[in-house]
Design a protein around this ligand. Structure first.
Ligand code: NDP
Ligand code: OXD
Length: 317
């Protein structure tokens, strides 16, 4: 019998993950973390987690691998007691494509002025506006990793000019990728729709601020700049986004993530006419599908193969 697997998931989906693991791999034994009951932790070798309580993983003497049930590992790395074992994050075609759906939807919403038509419909106004072709618009993707790369390919297929920004230099067919702090100016100066898909790290915290938004291209085909943040909330400074909207540094924004989640009811972003708020579900994680990816990694390890998608703790992602 393989060693028991701990499932420690913050929020209402813990039992959903548990059911899916049991259904997909009934031969394994599972323990669902429950602070009220406590659990026997001595035998745990694998921990499958999303925002586990700080200190919990340090209490597993036989722990060998942490599986993060999401792409971003920032909540996990924030735990100073995190044991020094490999962390495997979620990289899965299903999650990637859900993110592609979200970003393509919102790029098109801004490009084609959908908010304006929503308002016109409320007033029964029949009036068309001109919109440039996708080929006249430049979308800049901050973070061209597993998800950003897939989004770039689909946006290119629609016809957009796509550029990227990453930490290290890279070549991508048809996409000019700028790298590092030295490449940021040129990247921003060409970007009309900024798509943020960076991880939250020491280096990226608060990067989407007023000075950065002012550096976007405002005199392009869209006649203004737009922001889409589906990365992490702590990348953005909410007050700066509101200031950027007021000052015309951006004409609109789609925000799936926020420094404080759930977004507090009194936050003015909720009511801003040019802001689209979604509740951190761009990736719309699907436990039945993602469990397969975790089990595949467990099997790889048990067959003596190297784990994939292991987090580099020094980089922070
Ligand atoms: P990856 O690790 O594959 O890609 C991260 C990208 O960000 C890489 O291109 C990396 O550069 C770049 N990057 C990291 N740090 C810096 C920096 N300091 N300066 C410039 N570029 C940097 O991650 P994924 O694509 O899988 O996911 C990205 C993020 O999306 C996740 O971390 C998560 O926060 C978020 N996410 C949000 C979801 C949602 O529902 N809203 C769902 C899924 C993910 P390099 O290529 O050089 O390493
Ligand atoms: C993720 C997320 O990081 O859903 O996967 O936010």
């Amino acid at each position: 019998m393989p060693s028991p697997v701990l499932i420690a998931v913050d929020g209402p989906t813990a039992s959903v993950w548990h059911d899916e693991f049991r259904r997909a791999a009934p031969e394994r034994e599972y323990r669902v973390w429950n602070a009220a009951q406590g659990e026997a932790l001595d035998e745990i070798v694998y921990a499958c987690v999303w925002r586990p309580p700080a200190g919990l993983l340090a209490r597993l003497p036989r722990l060998q691998v942490i599986f993060n049930l999401a792409a971003g590992v920032d909540p996990l790395l924030a735990d100073p007691t995190l044991p020094d074992v490999p962390i495997v994050r979620t990289v899965h075609p299903n999650l990637t494509m859900r993110m592609v759906e979200y970003v393509v939807l919102h790029v098109l919403m801004h490009h084609r002025g959908q908010r304006t038509y929503d308002a016109q419909q409320r007033d029964r106004v029949w009036h068309g506006h001109e919109h440039p072709a996708a080929s006249e618009v430049t979308v800049g993707i901050m973070g061209v990793g597993a998800i950003g790369t897939a989004i770039a390919a689909v946006l290119r297929q629609i016809g957009y000019n796509v550029i990227g920004w990453s930490r290290t230099p890279k070549t991508m067919p048809g996409v000019e990728v700028h790298a590092g702090p030295g490449g940021l100016d040129a990247f921003l100066a060409h970007t009309e729709i900024l798509v943020c898909l960076l991880p939250h790290t020491r280096d990226t915290e608060g990067i989407v601020n007023l000075p950065l938004l002012r550096r976007l291209k405002h005199d392009g085909a869209l006649g203004g700049a737009y922001l889409i943040n589906a990365g992490r909330g702590k990348l953005q400074v909410d007050a700066d986004i509101l200031a950027a909207l007021d000052q015309g540094a951006i004409a609109g924004a789609s925000l799936d993530v926020f420094p404080v989640e759930p977004l507090p009811p009194e936050n003015p972003l909720w009511g801003h006419p040019n802001v689209i708020v979604t509740p951190h579900n761009a990736g719309d994680l699907s436990p039945p599908v993602l469990v397969q990816g975790v089990l595949q990694q467990m099997r790889r390890r048990e067959q003596g193969l190297p784990l994939e998608h292991v987090v580099d703790r020094t980089r922070g992602y």
